[in-house]
Ligand binder design. Structure first.
Ligand code: RFL
Ligand code: PHB
Length: 389
């Protein structure tokens, strides 16, 4: 088999890159370890930046998002002293779109099917060969048969646990990491959202977040110790703890119901540099992880795809490699800005096990500043809605 761009991973990074390349007349083959049903059953991100929304429109996969998605002009921050709203619209004239990653993925699959794209599922043992040469290729097993895929370029869109990052020799790669001493317990339920916008809560018992997917689908998270297991949390225990951490007026009217998904995710910040080795490019979670507090993971995947797509398009259509040569540096500049923001949101809103009274006072003062100082609100809003590409 031969293609121009071999893509490992059919998450949002891989599918969006494939869709943009195919629309530009560049051939791709996508190799995915899981089944399509499994990829579509993962419940993850919910907040899309304007840049990400624009990319989905450019890829021709935005019709349902434009109909069913919910634009949000602001969000709430809640403390023991009460809750207040940060208006993104007033602070910077922009908004975000609330539309689930699962739906984005579904729309991308539908568009790829319509283009007749090649996506192989249940692929095993993917190995990248000769990435640092002019003729890279992949080997893998599909349906019990060993196969070889020759290509011009390899896009490693295979997430944090994929093979692409590890293919870059360890003396070339530098990794930066912070692991946080807590996780998020997330619940999806067929209930009306607690409020019309997201509520991020700083509470002595730990962080909590009220989010949503649509009028009858809510997504909630609470901070839990890393030692907790999903089985430790009955639905009743979850709702009781969530209500303790939410503003009292919101808790009083919150609709509860059976969970339809419940999972615990650890929180980490991670970056690997560089994001290119020869003809291999790392994209999305394969190169970086952010704690979900800033809602940046999927959005960074979209901006990586933007830079790489532009570079590959220029290579094939304009005969210049400037775009692919600057991919890693351009992507990393934006990634570090989102790293800083996600770390800052996480630090400001969570209870750390070793948090002193002093640390707590500084945290409260930080939140007070966002409430009272316009410049602080503008900085938060600009980062939340997404810095320009
Ligand atoms: P993905 O989605 O992990 O997809 C990688 C794909 O590669 C496949 N794969 C392989 N395929 C072939 N061979 C191999 N050896 C392979 N190894 C792996 C995997 O099966 C998978 O299908 O990475 P991608 O495409 O880069 O997308 C990244 C996003 O999924 C991620 O950043 C976001 O979900 C993060 N995130 C959020 N991001 C936001 O922008 N806004 C949010 O509100 C937000 N909330 C969240 C989140 C992530 C969460 N979790 C569970 C980590 C909330 C949560 C709880
Ligand atoms: C979500 O709806 O899943 C969500 C929203 C905002 C975040 C993280 C997750 O910061």
């Amino acid at each position: 088999m031969r293609t121009q761009v071999a893509i490992i991973g059919a998450g949002p990074s891989g599918l969006l890159l494939s869709q943009l390349l195919n629309k530009a007349g560049i051939t791709t083959v996508v190799l995915e370890r899981q089944s399509r049903e499994h990829v579509l059953s993962r419940i993850r991100a919910g907040v899309l930046e304007e840049g990400c929304v624009d990319m989905l429109r450019k890829a021709g996969v935005a019709d349902r998002m434009d109909k069913e998605g919910h634009p949000h002009d602001g969000c709430y921050l809640s403390t023991e002293q009460g809750k207040f709203r940060v208006s993104f619209k007033e602070a910077c004239g922009k908004r975000v779109m609330v539309y689930g990653q699962t739906e984005v993925t579904r729309d991308l699959y539908a568009a790829q099917d319509a283009l007749g794209a090649t996506i192989l599922h249940n692929v095993e043992d993917v190995v990248i060969h000769d990435a640092n040469s002019d003729s890279p290729y992949l080997t893998f097993v599909h349906g019990g048969v060993a196969q070889r895929l020759d290509c011009d370029f390899v896009a490693g869109c295979d997430g944090f646990h994929g093979v692409s990052r590890k293919t870059i020799p360890s003396d070339v790669r530098k990794e930066y990491e912070r692991v946080y001493p807590f996780g998020w317990l997330g619940v999806l339920s067929r209930t009306a959202p607690a409020a019309e916008e997201l509520i991020y809560c700083n509470h002595p018992r730990g962080f909590a977040l009220a989010s949503m997917r649509n009028e009858r689908l809510s997504r909630y998270y609470i901070q839990v110790p890393l030692t907790d297991k999903v089985e430790d949390w009955s639905d009743d225990a979850f709702w009781a703890e969530l209500k303790r951490r939410m503003p009292p007026d919101v808790a009083a009217t919150m609709e509860t119901g059976p969970s339809i998904e419940k999972s615990i995710a650890p929180l980490r910040s991670f970056v690997t540099e560089p994001m290119r080795w020869g003809r291999l490019f790392l994209v999305g979670d394969a190169a970086h992880i952010v704690p979900p507090t800033g809602a940046k993971g999927l959005n960074l995947a979209a901006s990586d795809v933007h830079y790489l797509f532009e570079g590959l398009r220029q290579h094939y259509h304009d005969g210049t490699d400037d775009g692919i040569d600057s991919y890693s540096q351009k992507a990393l500049t934006r990634i570090w800005a989102a790293m800083r923001f996600s770390w800052w949101m996480t630090t400001m809103l969570h209870r750390f096990p070793d948090q002193s009274d002093f640390d707590q006072k500084v945290q409260e003062s930080e939140l007070h500043q966002i409430q009272r100082v316009e410049a602080a609100r503008v900085t938060m809003a600009l980062n939340y809605v997404g810095l320009p590409y």
